[in-house]
Design a protein around this ligand. Sequence first.
Ligand SMILES: [Zn+2]
Length: 221
Amino acid sequence: MPTAKSRYDLICETCGNPTGRRINHQCVECYLTSNLPSTIKNEDEPWVWANNFEPRSQFRKRTILDEATVALGRAIVDFRSKVSEDGKSVVIPLEKGRYEVPLTVEAIDKLAVRTGILGGKWLVYRVRDEIDSVWLTIARATFNRTLGTGAKVSTSEEDKAKRHVICIYTRNYLELDDVKRVRGLLKDMGFTESLCYKPDIYTYLDIYHETTSLSPCRYRE
Ligand SMILES: [Zn+2]
């Protein structure tokens, strides 16, 4: 009798069990438990990642961008921008000239829509002693496709007092229903404290508490 082909036709090189998905030759559980953020030095590996295994291209906008917009988007994701001296705008140097955008929520939303840089993340902070269990909760939910599109956790800095950050990604920060859906799930998982949501474009444009008057949190809930 021919047996039905197993869904799990890959083998984890750590536990030897069959698995449907592998990360670094390991099943999800072995990958997670052998990469706990408290055990990895930040200087060796700054982040540990989890994802929902959905192809990224699925979220990409299908519209064809014009050449100037492509160049602008590339300059942004290359972290080439600088906050102006008066702190009121961001200057993005381009091969031909420069692009200046006022540091307002509206102007940056427009730039995000134009360039398609629409991802963003909820941020969760925890001390060293708590980070591993909190990360496992979020990472497992992410791999199980019951949270955001991906997640990452910062690894251990030499200064033990420094908190770890977990980023829980959503595909489009202007899709408010999805942003709130993920926030609600985090609340159900016990993250009842006030959380900051930061768009990726804010990260690329160097918008931090210290650098600009614009809040780095597009949403807080
Ligand atoms: Zn395994």
